[in-house]
Write a protein that binds this ligand. Sequence first.
Ligand SMILES: *Cc1c(COP(=O)(O)O)cnc(C)c1O
Length: 368
Amino acid sequence: MNTPAYIFDVPKFTARLKQFSDLRQKTRFKLLYSIKALPIPAVLGAMLPYVDGFSTSSLFEAKLAREVMDDQGVIHITTPGFREEELGELVKVCDYLSINSLNQWQRFSEYLGDSIKAGIRVNPQLSFLNDDRYDPCRQYSKLGVSIDQVQGLEGLSGLHFHSMFGSENIEPLRETIEKIEAKLANLLHQLEWINLGGGYVFTDQAMIEEFDKIVCRLSDQYDLTVFFEPGKGIIGDAGELVTEVIDLFESEGKNIAVLDSSVSHHPEIFEYQQSPTIKEAVSNGIWNGILAGCSCKSGDLFGEYNFPHPLQIGSRITLLNVGAYSLVKASRFNGINLPDVYLKKDDGKLELIRHFEYSDYKKFWKSE
Ligand SMILES: *Cc1c(COP(=O)(O)O)cnc(C)c1O
């Protein structure tokens, strides 16, 4: 295997999806995978037996999801800003469409008519995140209609909300539902469905069981189909990025190991100034150094780590838990090629599914 390379572990992400199998059987629960986290058709195809459909945020995502599924399964779409000229195609491809503002509801809901189930994205205005950059309930939020303004909308079939990111605890969901019930119980009785968004990462069976209870109660009490559309919770820990050390030197007494990758291959490291988990690193090692990317940006750094032995040219360095929001945000900044993409199959074998080369780079910039 050449580096850099992403490896997406099929048994791992299908196991995540299978955690919801019981729930899908015993109640009107529908599991959608939010494809924006990683929209590779081979990955979506491997998910098909375990999902009811896909959740999307644009026409392109919706079309890709529809191509993978043919006419099986459902597609939900929401975006802060539908384009009028795309609505005709969207109603053909999608089954559920949640509008983000009252203004777009007034302009588009009549047009949507019976050909699609029209919902509204509600902002529950209950904030659990302390970073505004990924808090949908931040002040002056652009995401959804205030919970106090969602009443009396003609033709409304469901409610959508998505107000969390990366939560390993189900409590925020419970509190959010409580608030929605307190304010909108009458409306819930009139609707057909509710979409709980994503934003949760299930760490243990107890969390799944708590989630099951919430879904069953919503479904029983209000006679609703309940959608859940996680992205990172499904694919996050099923992806790794394997890189190699291509240079080693000291800078003012600190070891620097330059990798054949860059933060452009997982921009959230730079965006949120996080240090990824490195498989080969240890907390107390004999060798310490900064893992740096090979682009021109001085902040192209993965972080400072300890290793049980000195790194060498050719040492493999593996970033763990980078399945979500990595490849989909990756760029060829500096003309550095994108990593290869492998699927790790049920038998443990690696299958190369994508390889990029100079012609791909050139095609992006030049039409002929
Ligand atoms: C991003 C997003 C999701 C998936 O979020 P994760 O944090 O990856 O689970 C689901 N629904 C909506 C509306 C989103 O914007």
